[in-house]
Structures are given as structure tokens and as C-alpha cells.
Design a protein around this ligand. Structure first.
Ligand code: SAM
Length: 257
């Protein structure tokens, strides 16, 4: 039986790596590094830096593999993600069959934590269901971009005794400000915060968190929205890519009810 470790590597700063993650990488025969094309080369570079810095076992072999792009034309969001995951399952199945012998352990280096807006766990479940290659999995937690955001702004995630919702830009309008007082927003390609009509809400925004390019802006939404749009657009143009996350909050600690 093969073993696959799904290892959270943190969100951009190699020092996010936990001792458990380092030990798990060093125990693997093969380290699988996803690459997403030249636009996101820096994400693969962080993984390479982590391997160079922490993997001391000379028996570990690194295998890079290209991640196919999601096709969006003529399909709903769910159809598009489902088809993408099916394609990814095929890629992973042949990767494992080709690169990992029975009894060997492989590790996937997953951005942030594998449980948060990442599909490695469910894709490997799909690979198992294909039945072409047998393996067991284990998951090693990592520092998420949400933790990195709160740390960068020196804020608690929740207000006292209140819940938090985590969503995507696509769904923000269903949530804030009507349903949740604190919302964390990830995967926002449309800058959904700019369409929220609550000028007194606070926004805590961060891009490239944990890296030397980190940018953070915070303040009232009505006062900071235009600045964030401008800074984000400039940074994206200069870097060729962007990863940003933000927290929207209305109300304060000890507000009733
Ligand atoms: C596919 S999700 C992966 C999330 C990851 N598993 C985690 O634990 O944070 C990618 C989204 O995470 C957020 N993200 C990840 N790393 C980030 C970083 N260093 N700075 C800002 N946002 C980041 C962005 O919202 C981005 O669109």
C-alpha cells in the first residue's frame, strides 16, 4: 500500500512550516510540487524554497507536475469545477502510478491548510474511487491565509461570542452585511467588497501575505474601498498575479445581542 501525506505548507512565508510538516516531508520518498504556469511561478518557487531549506533526507525525490486549467466556457460554476476535478483526478492517478512504488510514501505540498478552499483531499478521494492505484492518506495542518491576514492586522478573527462566515467573492453579497457580522472573503476575482453598501463596516485587506511583497490596508469600507481597488490593480499589473484575502466586520465586541 502506498501512503500519501497531504501537507499544509503555510501561506507564503517558509517559516510558516510546522515541525510536523518538516518531519513528514523528510519521511517521504517523493515530494509532489504542483506548477500553475509562468504567471504563478512564484507559488512553485515558495515550495522549492521550502524543500531546499527543510528537506535534508537525500533519499527524497522531487516531482513537479503541471496542474490543468479550469475550463469555464458554456458551463455553470459547479459543472466547471466538477469537470476540472475529474481531470485533476486523472492527472494525479497517473502521477501516483508512475512515480510511487507500492509501500512508498509521497507528499503533496499544499498551500496554506488543505482543509480551506483547497481540493487536494477531495481529488485524492476521487483518485481512490477510480480504483487504479491503492493508497492511504493523512493530512498535516498548515497556517492558512486567514490566520496570516489576522496576524498581519493584529486582530482577532471573531468579535466576542460571535460567529464568523468564510466565503468567496462570488457569494459575498448573499452574506454581508445582512447575514453575518464578520465575513472572511477568499478567491475574490471580482473585488466584491466594492459592491457592498455599508460604508461604516471595517475592511482588513491583505495581498501576498507572508511574502516580501506583502501589502495590507485597513479602515472603514467607505474610506478604503477605492484605495484598495487602486493598490490591488497596480500590484497585479506589476507582479502579473495576485492573491488577496480580506475580512469585513460590522459591530464591535460586546454589541448587543
Ligand atoms: C485556492 S485558495 C487556497 C487557500 C489556502 N488553502 C489557505 O489555507 O489559505 C487561494 C486563496 O487563498 C487566499 N490566499 C492564499 N494565500 C494568500 C496569501 N499569501 N495572501 C493573500 N491571500 C492568500 C486568496 O484569497 C486566494 O484567492
Amino acid at each position: 500500500m502506498r501512503n500519501i501525506s497531504i501537507v499544509g505548507i503555510g501561506s507564503g512565508n517558509p517559516e510558516h512550516m510546522t515541525i510536523q510538516a518538516i518531519n513528514t516531508l523528510n519521511a517521504a520518498s517523493v515530494l509532489f510540487v504542483p506548477t500553475k504556469g509562468p504567471d504563478k511561478a512564484e507559488l512553485a518557487d515558495v515550495r522549492r524554497e521550502i524543500i531546499a531549506r527543510y528537506v535534508t533526507n537525500p533519499a527524497c525525490r522531487v516531482v513537479e507536475f503541471a496542474v490543468p486549467q479550469r475550463q469555464t466556457a458554456d458551463r455553470t460554476y459547479n459543472q466547471s469545477v466538477d469537470a476540472w476535478h475529474a481531470a485533476l483526478a486523472e492527472v494525479h492517478a497517473s502521477l501516483l502510478a508512475r512515480e510511487l512504488g507500492p509501500g512508498q510514501t509521497g507528499a503533496f505540498l499544499v498551500w496554506g491548510d488543505p482543509m480551506l478552499y483547497d481540493s487536494t483531499i477531495r481529488i485524492l478521494d476521487r483518485v481512490k474511487a477510480l480504483g487504479t492505484v491503492e493508497f492511504e492518506t493523512s493530512v498535516i495542518p498548515g497556517i492558512t491565509s486567514l490566520q496570516a491576514l489576522c496576524a498581519a492586522h493584529r486582530i482577532p478573527l471573531n468579535t466576542v461570542g460571535k460567529p464568523v462566515e468564510i466565503t468567496t467573492g462570488r457569494r459575498l453579497k448573499d452574506t454581508f452585511p445582512a447575514r453575518s457580522e464578520t465575513v472572511a472573503v477568499m478567491l475574490d476575482g471580482e473585488q466584491a467588497f466594492a459592491g457592498i453598501d455599508d460604508p461604516d463596516a471595517m475592511i482588513y485587506w491583505g495581498a501576498y501575505l507572508g511574502t516580501s511583497d506583502e501589502i495590507t490596508i485597513s479602515g472603514k469600507l467607505g474610506e478604503k474601498s477605492a484605495e484598495i481597488l487602486q493598490v490591488r490593480s497596480k500590484a497585479r499589473e506589476a507582479m502579473g498575479w495576485i492573491m488577496d484575502i480580506y475580512l469585513l466586520r460590522k459591530g464591535r465586541d460586546f454589541d448587543a445581542p
